[in-house]
Design a protein around this ligand. Structure first.
Ligand code: B3K
Ligand code: ZN
Length: 865
């Protein structure tokens, strides 16, 4: 049974302003698990302490269970009652020992929250509120307890028994069963509890910390998968060393375990000393994982590891503070990844991700500040806003403070709040005290939603040599926030002369007023404005820069991000005028791409990103009303023109990037592979006769998944016979590897072909398709939802498909269903006919009996917004 919500009842709203400290603390808890997939018995012994002089009862959260018994101080106790799912126990003293026992059913747990079965093993997921599905407890992050955990299970099926902290003892329990005991000395909130029982093998290594302690590291997977764990293990060691060097943070237990499971609601989980991962963020070898996968694995391993300090040692007071740990930890993992390869390309990828997922969120019905004020279901707030915009907000503070003062401020934060549950306000105060700055107005980033728009106009008076830059900021209304106060926007600005000379050195300008005029003296030639360099503020810049100026910056700006940005703007301007005015003028883009391809000084990894056109969705975001077909046609026309006009350059880029050699995962080799597939895409776009055979040859001869999938994607977008052959070969070769099969589904769901909606509908009936596995559901239903043209087919078939699958998935796994809803909520951005079809599907979802509160919240807000 999932917790069902009647479609008619409105779920309760939790509000930030209602926060009250806990009535009862739980300094210690002992858990005893008698494990079995069908029925697991959980005995919990809680030492509870009244937190102040009050007479309120002890209230322990549950979810679906009833206590089989309740003991207080060792004796049966009758003064308890169930208030819905909450166990309420009347207590007289200030300290008591409470013992409860429940029975739970891991193999019936399709929500994958609490204790569940995956691939024959048992594992847990507790964040945010899954612990209450395991046992009765005050399930809130500001109740920190020391855990000791005993597990007993059948030895043959579950030879490995893991929990948080350090292993204490193990032994035989008779009857083919065995037991193990673990203890975590660090008090933690229950969302960080974890336990795993399974038939697993470990890839082991060790790490010597800065103070000379040895930590035993292990990554646990199915024995067959062991060879695919070396990349993740190396990334873990690199991340541990990086956190010592950059933040002075040392690991604190004797062991650090990671377990990979196939059924997981998101990427991974930072449970203290026992991270649990979606196997897609652990398993990699050249044959099955792309460079993108390798990078993502290192980033997620680092992210979860970094949480040991930003999240675990210092945790969140309540779930409204989620960005305290997530925004900061994303910023830390982004900085880590930037240090491992090309920082410029990493910044480009991060900003592209922000624009693809966070900007639309900020512009739509689900917009919320990085510190929300209310929620119905907290699982719905693990969003791009909390994570990625949250990271941008930390990045801005780091830029304002500068590296040394930022480090002093983070030291102060870790020092001051170690072992406690803190707030975003606590963090900002540390930035102020440690950094010696006043962030009063800056705090608006925590309370106001929406993406600020900054208009920038530069005037030059040649006679006086004075240039005036007029900046104005405006943030559009978001749900519940009609009027916005001005933000503090740190903007990196530089002026170039058209000769390439620097007319004004880079400065970090703090825009904190609605409008401002900045003057530059001694500007002797026509200045070109380079603004928001490095994407120093997460805003939309609206500038009056001409095509020539953008072309100049795309060739000469010395900030690689700004250079990329100028190219993107040039492409966007070209595509938007093709869509809105029907004006097809591709010359400037073609010349800019030509210069970039021909510039020998540029890193190939950068070139491969810079020559890519903006996505359909991002082009759509620039239009008052999105016309998905017109956007697609305009983009395809420009791609074809680029392919044809620069045919020779694509061929030589392809050849240069195809130098033979064994697979290596290095920045240079990655850049080559990226360039090869980008060039192949343009060769195919040009309509060249040999494009399909070239792609097929790459597909067949590839010794790695990056090249193979790159070729498959190119073929999957086209109409050649090779497409069918390649899809079949790929399927047969990888039919037993679920992670690669996900790619097979995803590539088809993202295809630019006209028949994608029909293909996707067929794939949903494929024997390998299942909604029960979140990765598989996302690979088809999730990918289709972001394929702008296919999803928004005028018939409304795409909307119906998504709604059908969300309704079905909600019965199994509401959290994953709710995550896939946002594309339907974007109806205000489309024409009336599409908007009406989208709204009808949202209404159909809302009319579904026993809808979860997860899906109810997303659908009702999407309809209202
Ligand atoms: N903290 C987890 C996310 C939990 C999501 C719960 N719905 C992983 C992470 O951000 O590192
Ligand atoms: Zn995180």
């Amino acid at each position: 049974m999932i917790d069902a919500q009647s479609a008619l009842a409105t779920p309760t709203i939790t509000r930030r302003e209602d926060y009250r400290p806990p009535d009862w603390l739980v300094p210690d808890i002992a858990l005893d698990f008698d494990l079995d997939p069908a029925t697991t018995r959980v005995t919990a012994t809680l030492d509870v302490v009244r937190s102040s002089a009050h007479d309120r009862p002890l209230r322990l959260d549950g979810d679906g269970q009833v206590p089989l018994r309740v003991l207080v101080d060792g004796a049966a106790h009758n003064d308890w009652r169930m208030d819905g799912d909450t166990l309420e126990i009347a207590l007289t003293g200030s300290e008591h020992r409470i013992e409860t026992e429940v029975a739970i059913h891991p193999d019936r747990n399709t929500q994958l929250m609490g204790l569940y079965a995956s691939g024959g093993n048992l594992c847990t997921q507790c964040e945010a509120e899954g612990f209450r599905r395991i046992t009765f407890f005050p399930d809130r992050p500001d109740v920190l307890a020391r855990y000791s955990v005993k597990m007993t299970a059948e030895r043959k099926r579950f030879p490995v028994l893991l929990a948080n902290g350090d292993p204490i003892a193990a032994g035989d329990a008779g009857d083919g069963r065995h037991w193990a005991e673990w203890r975590d000395p660090f008090p933690k909130p229950c969302y960080l509890f974890a336990m795993v029982a399974g038939d697993l093998s470990a890839n082991r290594a060790s790490f010597t910390t800065m103070s000379g302690r040895t930590v035993d590291l292990a990554i646990w997977v199915r024995a067959d998968d062991l060879p695919k764990t070396s990349h993740a293990l190396a990334a873990l060691q690199t991340a541990m060393a990086w956190d010592e060097k950059v933040y002075g943070r040392e690991y604190d237990l004797d062991v650090f375990n990671i377990v990979a499971v196939d059924d997981f609601n998101f990427g991974a989980m930072e449970n203290k000393g026992l991270n649990i991962f979606n196997s897609r963020y652990i398993l990699a070898d050249p044959d099955t994982a792309t460079d993108y996968d390798y990078d993502a694995i290192a980033a997620v391993v680092a992210h979860e590891y970094f949480h040991n300090w930003s999240g675990n040692r210092v945790t969140c007071r309540d779930w409204f503070q989620l960005s305290l740990k997530e925004g900061f930890t994303v910023f830390r993992d982004q900085s880590f990844s930037a240090d491992q390869g090309s920082a410029a390309v990493k910044r480009i990828e991060d900003v592209r991700g922000l624009r693809a997922s966070q900007f639309p969120e900020d512009a739509g019905p689900l917009a919320h500040p990085i510190r929300p004020d209310s929620y119905m279901e907290i699982s719905n707030f693990y969003t791009a806003t909390i994570y990625n915009k949250g990271a941008e907000v930390i990045r801005m503070m780091a830029a304002i403070l500068g590296p040394e003062r930022f480090r002093m401020a983070t030291d102060l934060y870790f020092d001051r709040y170690d072992g406690t549950a803190a707030t975003c306000e606590d963090f900002v105060r540390c930035m102020e005290h440690g950094g010696g700055v006043d962030l009063s107005q800056f705090r608006r980033w925590y309370s106001q939603a929406g993406t600020p728009r900054v208009s920038a106009a530069l005037d030059h008076d040649a006679g006086s040599g004075r240039a005036t830059l007029r900046l104005a900021q405006h943030t559009p209304p978001t749900p519940g926030q009609p009027d916005k106060e001005p933000f503090v926007l740190p903007l990196r600005i530089k002026l170039f002369g058209e000769s390439g000379a620097t007319l004004s050195d880079q400065q970090l300008y703090m825009l904190d007023q609605p409008t401002v005029a900045i003057t530059f003296e001694g500007v002797t030639e026509h200045p070109v404005l380079s603004i928001n360099r490095g994407f120093s503020a997460p805003v939309i810049i609206e500038s009056d820069r001409s095509t020539d100026e953008l072309a100049f910056l795309s060739a000469h700006d010395d900030d690689p991000f700004a250079r990329y940005e100028a190219m993107q703007q040039l492409m966007l301007d070209t595509l938007v005028s093709a869509v809105t005015l029907g004006r097809v003028e591709h010359r400037a883009v073609i010349e800019a791409v030509r210069r970039t391809l021909e510039d020998p000084a540029l890193d190939r990894a950068f070139v491969a990103e810079a020559v890519l056109l903006p996505s359909d969705a991002f082009i759509g975001d620039q239009l008052p009303v999105v016309d998905p077909d017109a956007v697609f046609r305009a983009r395809e026309a420009l791609r074809r023109d680029l392919g044809k006009s620069l045919a020779g350059l694509w061929r030589s880029a392809y050849a240069d990037a195809s130098q033979p050699g064994p697979f290596v995962y290095s920045p240079a080799a990655k850049a080559n592979r990226r360039m090869r597939t980008v060039a192949l895409g343009y060769i195919a776009a040009s309509g060249a006769d040999d494009a399909a055979s070239l792609a097929f040859a790459q597909f067949e001869s590839a010794d790695n998944m990056t090249d193979r999938q790159g070729a498959l994607t190119t073929l999957a977008n086209g109409t050649s016979d090779e497409r069918v052959a390649a899809l079949d070969i790929f399927y047969n070769r990888y039919s037993t590897n679920p992670l690669v099969l996900d790619k097979w589904f995803q590539t088809q769901a993202l295809s630019a072909r006209d028949d994608t909606p029909a293909v996707v509908a067929d794939l949903a009936r494929h024997p390998d398709f299942s909604l029960a596995n979140p990765n598989r559901a996302r690979s088809l239903v999730g990918a289709f939802g972001v394929n702008q043209r296919a999803f928004h087919a005028a018939s409304g078939a795409g909307y119906r498909f998504l709604a059908d699958h969300l309704i079905a998935l909600d019965k199994l796994n509401p959290q994953t269903a709710a995550k896939l809803l946002p594309p339907l909520g974007r109806w205000r951005r489309f024409d009336e006919a599409r908007a009406a079809l989208m709204k009808a599907e949202l209404e159909r979802i809302l009319a579904t009996p026993e809808l979860s509160k997860d899906l109810f919240e997303q659908a009702s807000k999407s309809l209202a917004g």
